[in-house]
Each structure stands twice: as C-alpha cells, then as structure tokens.
Design a protein around this ligand. Structure first.
Ligand code: NAP
Length: 241
C-alpha cells in the first residue's frame, strides 16, 4: 500500500501543486481544504484520473478541536500519514498601527496554530513507526520581515522556531522536520500585488511558480533528504540570502 501524504490547503495555489507532485511521486494524498470543496474534489479527481489516490478532507486548521477530530478518525480508520505538509495559510495585511487584534489573531491561529493542531494529530503514529517527514511552508516574510505584515511575518517566523524545536525533539525517532520558505509565487494570495514592480526586487527577476515550491517539498519528502532536519530551504529567487 502506498504511503500517505497529508497536504493542508491543497485546494488551491501552492498546496494544490504540492499534492499533485507528491501524488506523482507515489503518495496517496489526503487533500485538506477549508471552504473550496469543489476545487478540492476536482484536484482529487485529477490525481485519480492519472492513476493515483487522493481524498478531500475538510477541516479548518485554525480550529484545533475540529482538526483533531477529523484527523484522529481517519488515522484510526486507515493509518497515519508519513508526510505532513502544513501549507494552509492566510494574510490579513495592514500596517500595525491600523491592525485590529482580530486580524492579528486570525493569521496567527491559521498559519501557526494550524501547524500545531495538524502536526500534533499526526505525530503519534509517526513516533510509533519511527518514520516521517514534517514540512511547513513559511515565507521570506518570516525570515526578513515585511512592512504591512507583522501578523503574517510573526506567524511565519514562528513556524521556523517551532520546526527547529520539533526537529530536535523527534530526530531520535528518525522523523525529520523542515521548512520551505517561498518568496513571491503566483497564486490567489498575491493576485492584487503589483507584480512587475515587485519582480524588480527579486534577483532572478520574476515570481516563482507553484511547481518550483512543490519540487522543494518533494525533495524534502523524498529519500534523498533523509539526513536533512531542522533546516529552512528558501525558494525565493534570491530575495533573501
Ligand atoms: P492561496 O492560493 O490563497 O491558497 C490558500 C490555501 O490554504 C487554500 O487551499 C485554502 O483553502 C487553504 N486555507 C486557508 N485557510 C485555511 C484554513 N483555516 N484551514 C484549511 N485550509 C485553509 O495561498 P498560496 O499562495 O497557495 O499559499 C500557500 C502557502 O504558501 C501559505 O502558507 C502562504 O503563506 C505560503 N506562501 C505563499 C507565497 C505566495 O507568494 N503565494 C509566498 C510565501 C509563502 P480554501 O480554498 O478551502 O479556502
């Protein structure tokens, strides 16, 4: 039986590309989404049509109770995922002086809280099997900071700290924990940004593609990355070195 990869926020953008790539690499996909049921179902249909296996899984990663309930039920029914990709994320941008506590909290709860709830729910079977890969999608904003994004930058920097700490906690069980930190990538999340202007800030002169992020995740999930843990892999066209 093929191994399972859970990808959160798989209905659109980077998560969708990660799910497609890991399916191509032979994983059975659990494709989490929050609201985009149709998109998640169409992703799974595409994977199945190509000869793979995928199922949509609805839960809000910011809701710890719901996330734990859904994941514990499916893990009990099938088995635990070998690869967990915490990709689901949101932005609520604005200068800090204008930012509401609600905007701050929503981003922290989804981007950082989501990682905690999802990873914790999948950890026990990984520990038992002494095998697993945990991968979090951070951002160049979490490494360098970005004006207008104190909430987002804090959540993404938090992921880096959390992954380094977890990597130390579970390395003895042969589970690796790593971070992929993209720069600008063409998805819904950045559709309102001035693309040509921003591309000038990127040494490689362009936005990244979702496939380029998925390739980094596939590497960290694959056999050739077995000795890499606690690392941050920047996929950012040179924006942050
Ligand atoms: P996107 O196109 O906006 O897609 C976001 C995905 O996350 C969707 O599948 C969405 O599901 C899901 N999601 C959002 N909130 C959720 C929740 N509470 N529970 C479960 N799923 C949730 O974003 P993207 O650009 O692909 O970004 C993916 C990740 O990469 C994010 O963590 C983002 O911070 C990071 N990133 C993106 C860029 C960039 O330039 N695009 C750069 C650096 C880092 P629904 O469709 O169901 O809403």
């Amino acid at each position: 039986m093929a191994r399972i990869a859970l990808v959160t926020g798989a209905s659109r953008g980077i998560g969708r590309a990660i799910a497609l790539r890991l399916a191509r690499d032979g994983f059975r996909i659990w494709a989490n989404y929050s609201g985009s049921q149709e998109a998640a179902e169409s992703l799974c249909a595409e994977i199945i049509a190509a000869g793979g296996s995928a199922k949509p899984l609805q839960f809000n990663v910011a809701d710890g109770e719901q996330t734990t309930r859904v994941l514990e039920a499916i893990i009990e029914e099938e088995e635990g995922p070998e690869v967990v990709v915490s990709n689901a994320g949101i932005t609520r941008d604005g200068l800090m002086a204008m930012m509401s506590a609600k905007e701050w909290q929503a981003v922290i709860d989804t981007n950082l809280g989501g990682f905690f709830h999802v990873t914790k729910a999948c950890l026990r079977p990984m520990l038992r099997k002494r095998n697993g890969r945990v991968i979090a999608i951070s951002s160049v904003s979490g490494e360098a900071g970005n004006a207008g994004q104190v909430n987002y930058s804090a959540s993404k920097a938090g992921l880096i700290g959390a992954c380094k700490a977890l990597a130390k906690e579970i390395a003895s069980r042969k589970i690796t924990v790593n971070v992929v930190a993209p720069g600008f990538v063409e998805t819904d999340m950045v559709k309102d940004l001035p693309k040509e202007e921003l591309a000038k800030q990127v040494p490689l002169g362009r936005f990244g593609t979702v496939q380029e992020i998925a390739a980094a995740v596939a590497f960290l999930a694959g056999p050739e990355a077995s000795y890499i843990t606690g690392q941050v892999l920047g996929v950012n066209g040179g924006m942050y070195m």
